[in-house]
Design a protein around this ligand. Structure first.
Ligand code: TNX
Length: 768
């Protein structure tokens, strides 16, 4: 009998337990964060397998959104909700309803009996569905989900919420582009700017000019990494008009408008290779195998070339119904036009004259842009162009895409032109997102961390309230010179697109970076579900290392932004949990990472501390390093840390046109016999070795004696290493103060910086 009772209790507890396990709770703290979430104390709505998605017959078009909801929920929950067209407000339903309110806005009401999602447009319903989808717990495989009762009201800050993709530098199959669009939809973006032609490949079928895709879509090789060598792998591909029309529909179903860009009159080598007669020299041209800005551009004096551009735009407008057509206009060198008789004749014919601000060729570019604008406008559309359009005369109705920082956007808004903000110093997703560039997929350069992206205020300062209205919204750009693989594209996009989404959607007063990181971490569970590769830095450990001059130790503090424990190990001993800052006073090796509640762990941080007699000693500099490369200043030189080959890692500091002149106070008279340090070498970026090095000593810090010096030849152009080690040994001497003077070279003849000073970069000064 006793046994039976125990067994019964066991079954009851077990089923209670499993019942609880099968119930999970939705969380409306999603990315981007809704404007208003007002929860109440009422009972939650319990979603289960019997929940249905409903809409009314008079709003039959909502079936599309209803199916999206059922699909998205099935991805996460593993079961599908029935979709029903009915006039009744049924219990246990998610009801979709069109109402009259501001477009793109939506409202979600959650009660014990139903969830009602209403909006005035399908876009609004779609964003409400995204919020519900993102609120679901991922990975728990629960059969019941409790949705806390309350009301959510939400609407976007900007009507234009863009993301760009360059499919010219590398071609990506249409199915990959669809995944890219899926990722945009998850973050409530609504404009997809596809950069579909450039020097390295023409990717859109144009029926009137078949050679554009027969010849222009293919290149015979590609520059290898950052070398000057080429591979011989044929690369290319293009989209047919049918495929693109299908893509337009795919995007439109997700409330995303595709804005195509035909970059003209520069970045046109792929077209010139196909039709050489359109260039000033007549060629021959090849589809470019390298990156950069080509001097060969469309001949602006050739009527046939203008006709070509218009014909192309006509077919483009036929495929893409977008209100805006992007016509590029960036990076157009004037060299060919200056030499070209046709272009010069055109300048004469048009009566164009240069002035003190702009050359005649600058105005010739304005002529091309305005003419294309007129053509596009005559078909009921508008143009977007890069901010180079401001270097001359701006086409009358043009929308300006501000990419060289925010200044172009500011100027254009002052001129009452619409603006899309894509400042490269915040929103170029082809840039690195971590300073530890050696652990990253190679990028062209630049640095835009998730935090930097998040910090952008897209409305430039100094605009009046009326001028602010011209800022349509922000967009991030993803150029692909260094992203040949689709999963690298995703990695560059995620999770920076989460930060972008909050810049686009949320009001500035709603933004809170630490809170964002927690919500974004939850969203990565969805990225995992879809097998989308993403960068993990913001969820990883953050280690701060500060020389503590007073105690002669390094203070090491570690922190994290998400739930979990910090684990660390010194000198490969057992990992233990971090509880308080570490004090490091001898050569050692540190490893540390975040252990998440689900048992997985983040990226492992590793570093070596190497101490000398100078470590953690007071240090002063005669001239400060250049402000762009000052980081933590002088203390970087005595913190026991060495830098890798990336001079932007924060472990190197750099001087431009000035000596490194540092004095270290050893704090007591000490015997020394050697001073050592590394100079970083990167001649392409004007960073060279030193002309001379001097070591001086002093007992009082005032009167110094030179005890050693050495001169160096400038390194030869083919010097292959990233480092130039300097070791100055001398007869042992007892001293308290050591001064080190490192004198830079100027850039040599034949170098792009000839006539200017060279940089010197040092990471650590060691004294033995
Ligand atoms: C500048 S942004 C370019 C692109 C490059 C990009 C690399 C713009 C209008 N032109 O052609 O791909 O930099 O970051």
């Amino acid at each position: 009998m006793k046994n039976i009772i125990f067994a019964v209790i066991g079954i009851v507890t077990l089923s209670l337990f499993s019942c609880q396990k099968s119930m999970q709770t939705a969380d409306y703290q999603v990315v981007p964060l809704p404007k208003e979430i007002n929860l109440n104390d009422e009972k939650p709505f319990i979603l289960d397998k019997n929940t249905v998605v409903t809409y009314s017959k008079s709003q039959a078009e909502l079936v599309k959104e209803a199916e999206f909801l059922a699909d998205y929920f099935e991805d996460i929950l593993g079961f599908r909700l029935n979709v029903i067209c009915t006039e009744d407000e049924i219990d246990n339903s998610i009801r979709l309803e069109s109402t009259q309110s501001f477009s793109e806005a939506y409202q979600i009401i959650v009660t014990e009996h139903f969830i009602k999602l209403s909006a005035s447009t399908s876009a609004g319903i779609f964003y409400g569905i995204q919020t519900l989808r993102k609120s679901l717990p991922v990975g728990g495989k629960a059969s019941k989900i409790a949705f806390p009762a309350g009301i959510i009201n939400d609407w976007p800050r900007f009507g234009y919420r863009g993301m760009h993709l360059d499919v010219s530098r590398y071609f990506f199959p249409i199915d990959s582009v669809k995944v890219y669009i899926d990722a945009m939809a998850l973050h409530n973006l609504n404009r997809f700017h596809i950069h579909i032609t450039d020097d390295q490949g023409w990717r859109i079928e144009i029926k009137k000019y078949p050679k554009l895709t027969e010849i222009g879509a293919w290149r015979s090789g590609t520059l290898i990494g950052k070398t000057m060598a080429f591979d011989t792998i044929r690369h290319g591909g293009f989209y047919t008009q049918e495929e693109l029309k299908d893509l337009v529909k795919y995007a439109a179903d997700r409330n995303i408008t595709i804005i195509p860009e035909i970059d003209l009159p520069g970045h046109m080598l792929a077209a010139l290779a196909s039709y050489p007669e359109l260039g000033c020299t007549g060629g021959p041209y090849e589809v470019w195998r390298q990156w950069g800005v080509s001097e060969d551009v469309i001949c602006a004096g050739n009527e046939e070339a203008m006709q070509f551009l218009e014909d192309v735009l006509l077919e483009v407008m036929d495929i893409f119904p977008s209100e805006y057509i992007h016509i590029g206009g960036d990076e157009v060198p004037r060299d060919r036009w200056q030499q070209c008789p046709k272009c010069q004749a055109k300048i004469k014919e048009l009566g164009i004259k240069g002035d003190d601000k702009h050359s005649a060729e600058d105005y010739l570019q304005s002529y091309v842009m305005s003419r294309m604008e007129q053509f596009v406008e005559s078909h009921g559309r508008h143009i977007i162009g890069w901010d180079e359009m401001l270097d001359g005369e701006l086409a009358p109705n043009a929308t300006v895409m501000s990419w060289r920082g925010s200044t172009g956007g500011y100027k254009a808004a002052k001129m009452h032109h619409n603006v899309i903000m894509t400042p490269n110093d915040y929103l170029y997703f082809d840039y690195y997102q971590s300073l530890d560039t050696e652990s990253e997929p190679e990028a062209g350069g630049g640095y835009n961390s998730v935090k930097k992206v998040y910090s952008l205020e897209p409305i430039p300062e100094g605009l009046t309230e009326d001028e602010e209205k011209y800022i349509l919204g922000p967009q991030a750009n993803l150029w692909t010179e260094y992203s040949s693989e689709f999963n690298v594209l995703l990695y560059r996009m995620l999770p920076r697109i989460g930060a972008l989404a909050e810049v686009q959607w949320c009001n500035p007063e709603q933004k809170d970076y630490d809170d964002f990181v927690k919500r974004e971490y939850r969203l990565t569970k969805l990225y995992d579900l879809y097998h989308w590769r993403y960068a993990h830095h913001i969820f990883d450990i953050d280690v701060k290392i500060t020389p503590n001059v007073q105690d002669g130790v390094l203070d090491v503090t570690m922190s994290k932004q998400v739930d979990g424990k910090i684990m660390y190990s010194i000198d490969n001993q057992r990992f233990v949990e971090y509880v308080e800052p570490l004090k490091i006073d001898k050569n050692s090796h540190l490893e540390a990472y975040v252990l998440y509640p689900d048992g997985t762990s983040g990226r492992c941080f590793r570093t070596d501390f190497e101490f000398s007699k100078a470590s953690m000693k007071p240090i002063s500099l005669k001239d400060q390093p250049h402000r762009n490369y000052a980081y933590d200043g002088a203390r970087t030189l005595i913190d026991g840390l060495h830098g890798g080959s990336n001079y932007r890692s924060g472990r190197w500091i750099g001087w431009y046109g000035k000596n490194l002149d540092a004095t270290i106070d050893l704090q007591e008279v000490t015997e020394i016999r050697e001073v050592k340090f590394n100079l970083l070498i990167n001649m392409k970026d004007w960073i060279f070795n030193a002309k001379s090095v001097k070591v001086l000593v002093s007992d009082d810090g005032k009167n110094f004696n030179e005890i050693a010096s050495q001169d160096f030849d400038l390194l030869p152009a083919d010097y292959a290493s990233s480092y130039f080690p300097v070791e100055i040994a001398f007869e042992p001497v007892n001293t308290r103060f050591v001064e080190l003077i490192v004198e830079p070279y100027d850039c040599p003849e034949g170098h792009s910086g000839y006539g200017y000073p060279a940089w010197i970069f040092v990471d650590e000064i060691e004294v033995y």
